[in-house]
Design a protein around this ligand. Structure first.
Ligand code: ZN
Length: 456
């Protein structure tokens, strides 16, 4: 191991100052430890295969809280505690069913309810379909074109966008706001193309939000393969009908928790670095990539600090947030309490883009702080981590920025395969690579170490 460390030093020494040489040695130790004794993958297996999908309010979410809090205690941080928050409790009900009913024949298609949707009537809902690509097209049709119909939002991902998150950002409005936009014009239900660049056979769920000023109508996602089929059939048979049935419902709110662990700073304990992922997931898969990976990487950061004997100068705090997927109640509660206690948060870092090979960090902070982060970039280059161009943080830490102006970062892994599995039954443990996952945890630990050492 010593010779490897000297090799890295030999390669990068001419580019680094004395303190950076010390930091490069320490980072190498973090990466070596993660790649030889990393525990993220084993912990992810438990979370995914033994507990499974864990939507907020479910028994599985409660089990995940218990498991992670016990696990963190075994790593011997200075403190582990739960932070209570109330969460919505939405349940999917029976397997959803749908059919395209043409003038000559009917064909079954694959759908799933969007998270938060109301149920259809018990016998389902059946109506003619209007296909639109965006809200301008919807509004142009007006009440005359929409009333009594099912609106089919069919704007596809831009396959030429290299960042799949950019493509997602340009489509997700139809999933989130589409139902109320359509209800405003008298639609009886909506069907939304799944959020993925691929043409596949399974639908992608995800949250939606009703605007209370308009009727709450049922909404579902349709697989991209069936979205293509429906669009194709509408061209030759514009009077065809779409039927679907879903029995989802919203139950009373449940008590749940964020799970928090911290190692107190040895020099400036009042300066806090928050990092985390979200503990809840959709229940259609086992939530391995969204966001089991961010959870186990955050736990691993605590383990890596202990295993490598690092005493952080500033306080480092792992937060496993509850209810990111359908309410962000955990993130909001954490920020509200931090604000009420007048805590000083110098950085919040999230991992919620899957456990793929780390490629960089996004930033959302003033320019002088960003320059400080960029001054560390050369330390990350030996690990294939080079991209510091993206902006933004993550949904769970966004409330910290809004309430307290906390600088944000997000771990940016290679995102090409993320939307193959996002919010689907394909989001399973088997899709995660141990090596790529452990590299991500080491990258987070390295960034947190640098900020704990030098501030931000
Ligand atoms: Zn997520």
């Amino acid at each position: 191991m010593i010779s490897r460390i000297f090799y890295v030093l030999f390669i990068i020494t001419p580019l680094l100052s004395f303190s950076q040489q010390k930091d490069s040695v320490l980072m190498k130790r973090l990466f070596n430890e993660a790649l030889t004794h990393g525990e993220s993958y084993t912990n992810l297996e438990y979370l995914s295969n033994k507990i499974g999908g864990r939507l907020a309010g479910s028994p599985q979410a409660a089990k995940a809280v218990e498991y992670c809090s016990k696990l963190l205690k075994t790593l011997n941080p200075d403190t582990v505690y739960l932070q209570e928050c109330m969460v919505p409790h939405w349940v999917r009900g029976e397997k959803e069913r749908a059919k395209i009913i043409g003038s000559k024949s009917a064909v079954e298609v694959k759908i799933c309810a969007l998270g938060g949707s109301v149920a259809t009537p018990p016998s389902g809902i059946k109506a003619e379909v209007v296909e639109v690509k965006n809200f301008n097209e919807l509004n142009a049709l007006g009440k005359a074109g929409i009333e009594g119909k099912i609106v089919f939002f069919n704007r596809a991902f831009d396959p030429t966008a290299i960042s799949t998150f950019e493509a997602y950002g340009k489509c997700v409005d139809q999933r989130w706001a589409g139902p109320s936009m359509a209800a405003r014009l008298g639609a009886v239900a909506t069907v939304c193309r799944s959020m993925t660049p691929d043409i596949t056979d399974y639908p992608h769920t995800g949250s939606m939000g009703y605007n209370d000023s308009f009727p709450k109508i049922p909404c579902c996602a349709i697989s991209t393969k069936d979205a293509e089929l429906l669009s194709h059939q509408l061209k030759s048979d514009p009077k065809l009908k779409f039927w679907y049935r879903q029995t989802c419902k919203l139950l009373p709110e449940e008590k749940s928790f964020n799970v928090i662990a911290e190692i107190r700073g040895s020099v400036a304990p009042n300066e806090i670095i928050t990092f985390g992922g979200h503990l809840d997931s959709w229940e259609t898969g086992d939530g391995a990539s969204d966001d089991g990976t961010g959870v186990v990487q955050s736990i691993e950061v605590i383990r890596l600090f202990r295993a490598c004997g690092i005493k952080p100068k500033r306080t480092i705090r792992a937060v496993l947030f509850m209810n990111e997927e359908n309410g962000t109640r955990g993130g909001k509660k954490y920020a509200t309490e931090a604000n009420e206690k007048h805590e000083t948060h110098i950085l919040a870092l999230e991992s919620d883009r899957g456990g793929f090979s780390p490629r960089g960090f996004s930033t959302d902070m003033p320019e002088n702080k960003k320059q400080k982060v960029l001054s560390w970039k050369s330390l990350f280059l030996p690990y294939g981590i080079y991209d510091f161009t993206e902006t933004g943080g993550g949904s769970d830490i966004e409330p910290l920025r809004k309430l307290m102006n906390v600088p944000l970062m997000e771990l940016i892994p290679d995102c090409q395969r993320y939307f193959d599995v996002h919010h689907t039954p394909q989001d399973t443990f088997s899709r995660v690579s141990k090596r790529e996952l452990e590299l991500g945890g080491a990258a987070m630990a390295s960034m947190i170490y640098l900020v704990s050492e030098y501030g931000l």
